[in-house]
Design a binder for this molecule. Structure first.
Ligand code: SF4
Length: 325
């Protein structure tokens, strides 16, 4: 690990000003960043500690939206009464990830910025375009069983590992960002980037910008919500395939539906194709299977992860069955 300076910020503006110098990282729970610093994958010259900023509350806004501070811990968010009752897909996704100890430390903002678990990214002896642009991708002809089948490029096939991000995608969250040039809001569908030929760029944050809040739209009346996660073992494991479903069924028909997928894409993957195949249709297995086919239509499996195509179709079909039961 290389040496770095450490600054404790007491206000948002102070944190942003402190982050003006290059190679600064904000730190809250540190559950990803510290690991990657020990592995020499992250080499910040400065850490700005944001744990004292007033960003640790979950609040209902007057217009019905829910505002989640960037430093709200994953466990606090998962067990918040409003999340459990109105956004249960988020609670389920959070509780399916990591371990209780990690959830007690990990934050909302940090989870949004969680880095890939591609083994080559975490090993600085291996070529990796995401860690060292232009060096090559060891995974394409290497161990790629857990990696992406949607949104990959010839330069990177890494998956986004977060469960929370999949639920936030199905809930159509908005990310609130503050930087030296002011504040901006980005819909989650525009926040993450597919790798293309710049896999080192994973989201639209500019250097020195800080995620301050996440807002969720007012709850959808009568919606049923499910997060289904399929993985190699029952806990403390990343998804091979997951599906977050938010659905409203009226008179046996799908009046409203959102489908987001995890463990499959280079970013949390909203399937507009599946949603189109479902909207207005009768709730039945044939319709669900058609939606799953549509969601995986453009899948491009790698040498070791062709099984994910069928796994994902079954995951989507089963999640839809559970959500609309
Ligand atoms: Fe690196 Fe991406 Fe290739 Fe993994 S898949 S080695 S993260 S470039």
């Amino acid at each position: 690990m290389e040496t770095f300076t450490y600054t404790k910020a007491t206000g948002v503006q102070q944190a942003i000003q402190a982050a003006g110098q290059s190679q600064t990282r904000f730190i809250a729970g540190g559950t990803t960043l510290l690991d990657l610093m020990k592995l020499n994958v992250e080499r910040p010259s400065q850490l700005v500690d944001i744990n004292r900023l007033p960003l640790d509350q979950v609040e209902k806004l007057p217009d019905g939206r829910l505002r989640i501070g960037a430093t709200v811990r994953n466990s606090d968010l998962a067990h918040h009464p409003s999340v459990e009752s109105d956004y249960s897909v988020l609670s389920q996704a959070l509780l399916s990830g990591a371990s209780a100890q990690l959830r007690n430390m990990a934050t909302t903002g940090g989870n949004l910025l969680q880095r890939t678990r591609c083994m080559y990214f975490r090993n600085d002896a291996m070529a990796c375009n995401k860690r060292t642009p232009g060096s090559g991708c060891s995974a394409i002809e290497g161990d790629n069983r857990t990696l992406a089948i949607l949104g990959a490029s010839k330069d990177c096939i890494a998956t986004n590992p977060s469960d929370m991000n999949v639920a936030l995608t199905a809930l159509e969250a908005t990310i609130h960002i503050q930087g030296a040039k002011g504040e901006r809001e980005v819909p989650i569908g525009d926040f993450f980037l597919v790798p293309g030929n710049t896999p080192q760029r994973e989201n639209v944050l500019e250097p020195g910008e800080l995620i301050t809040f996440v807002t969720l739209p007012a709850p959808k009346a009568g919606s049923k919500q499910i997060y289904l996660k399929l993985r190699d073992r029952a806990s403390y494991e990343f998804a091979l395939s997951s599906a977050a479903i938010v659905a409203v069924v009226s008179n046996g028909k799908l009046e409203f539906v959102r489908v987001a997928l995890g463990g499959l894409g280079t970013k949390p993957w909203r399937s507009l194709e599946a949603e189109r195949a479902l909207h207005g249709k009768t709730r039945d297995g044939r319709v669900f299977r058609q939606a799953a086919e549509a969601a995986l239509h453009g899948a491009q499996p790698q040498s070791e992860n062709g099984f994910k195509v069928q796994l994902a179709k079954r995951c989507i079909t089963h999640a839809l069955t559970l959500a609309t039961a």
